[in-house]
Design a protein around this ligand. Structure first.
Ligand SMILES: [Zn+2]
Length: 212
């Protein structure tokens, strides 16, 4: 995948919003290693349509994503597809870290992905309550045999990459996750690139498993 655009840094514990036109690629690069990036995806022309982890998990019958997999919306629309992944471990289960999550831990006035994403997406018509579901790139959440979940340090090392190609015009919030325990104890910047690439092979889910 050839790229000419330079990497842009998102400072630690902050977020940016960008417009990704259909056919453009957003590549997330972990410049320092063990750093999560939360992606919040919405249709540019109607941000009430956004990324649905539940439908994506349902239609692919998997908690994991593979290159070629489609990211589906709350209306079962095709928002984007995965075109590059050098790690293979990401999360679609947990909501972005939030102010109240940190308050529950006894940490007040802590930066959060929810607040950072809400702030940068607000000019695009994305309301605070709409930032509920993110694709947590490089985040390692495992399920025990007792169905408990446990957070592990991201497996990403410096230079690891994950990229999606827009299948329609999108507005995307990208956060360098603000939670120390999610990022091996230390919150770091995350990097990204936007470029146009040749269309890859897209692997649609065969059919929805259920009608919910
Ligand atoms: Zn976070």
């Amino acid at each position: 995948m050839s790229v000419s655009s330079a990497c842009i840094e998102i400072p630690a514990q902050s977020a940016i919003a960008l417009i990704l036109r259909s056919g453009e690629v957003l590549r997330i690069v972990d410049g320092f290693g063990s750093q999560v990036a939360d992606l919040a995806l919405f249709a540019l022309d109607d941000p009430s349509e956004g990324f649905s982890p539940g439908r994506t998990i349902d239609y692919h019958e998997s908690l994991a994503l593979a290159v070629g997999d489609v990211l589906y919306s709350n209306r079962s629309g095709e928002l984007a597809c995965v075109v590059e992944d050098t790690v293979g471990v990401h999360d679609m289960l947990l909501a972005p870290c939030s102010d109240l999550m940190f308050v529950r831990r006894g940490e007040v006035s802590h930066p959060s992905c929810h607040a950072n994403l809400s702030s940068v997406l607000q000019p695009f018509g994305v309301l605070d309550d709409m930032v509920t579901s993110t694709l947590n790139v490089f985040m390692d959440v495992r399920i025990s045999s007792q169905n408990r979940i446990k957070l592990h340090a991201p497996a990403s090392t410096p230079g690891d990459r994950f990229a999606i190609m827009a299948l329609r015009d999108l507005v995307i919030g990208v956060a360098a996750c603000s939670s120390e325990c999610t990022n091996a104890g230390h919150c770091k910047p995350i990097h990204y690139q936007v470029f146009r690439a040749a269309a890859p092979e897209v692997r649609n889910a065969d059919a929805p498993l259920s009608s919910h």
